[in-house]
Design a protein. Structure first.
Length: 174
């Protein structure tokens, strides 16, 4: 059997400041994280206001994602991005339990920066901010959307990769 790179040409996601709406957040369960350490991960999924102009998906909005460690620790990227988006810091009470579903269908601006890896160009979310004064909101078109790569991870993990309260039962008093 001959195996080859079947890289497809996709219309590139526009970079720079882009208006977006959060359409979903998905629990990825326990995944390899920083330095290979097992960490509980989530992914946020946004639709951009910008639409595709080419191919089978012409007319549909571009979709971007970002993975996070599922923690509200003030040093964590999720906490930092959410604070930047909200335009204010979290209170201690909010850090004890923030419901990600509460931000579904909320608008923001994403600063998208192109990165080249293995000869391919990807777009990373460098920062998230709230809408500018007077900026019109966009409505989500595919609320709850799950990209194929996310579905593959969720299906691979099943319920085994999703932590419960029992998973964190240890001798550390906090």
């Amino acid at each position: 059997m001959v195996v080859k790179d079947e890289a497809r040409d996709f219309e590139p996601i526009p970079d720079g400041l882009q208006q977006a709406v959060l359409v979903a957040n998905h629990n990825l369960g326990i995944r390899p994280g920083y330095a290979g350490k097992a960490q509980h991960k989530v992914v946020l999924v946004w639709e951009l206001a910008e639409r595709r102009t080419e191919g089978d998906f012409a007319g549909q909005r571009f979709v971007v994602t970002k993975q996070y460690t599922a923690t509200m620790n003030e040093r964590g990227n999720l906490s930092k991005d959410l604070e930047s988006w909200r335009g204010r810091a979290f209170t201690e009470e909010e850090r004890r339990g923030f419901e990600l579903n509460d931000i579904n269908a909320q608008n923001c601006n994403l600063n998208l920066v192109p990165k080249i890896k293995d000869g391919r160009t990807y777009v990373n979310i460098a920062s998230i901010t709230k809408l500018h004064k007077g900026q019109k909101k966009i409505e989500p078109e595919h609320l709850g959307y799950m990209p194929k790569w996310v579905a593959d991870i969720v299906n691979q993990n099943g319920d085994e990769g999703i932590p419960t309260g029992d998973d964190f039962d240890d001798d550390i008093p906090f």
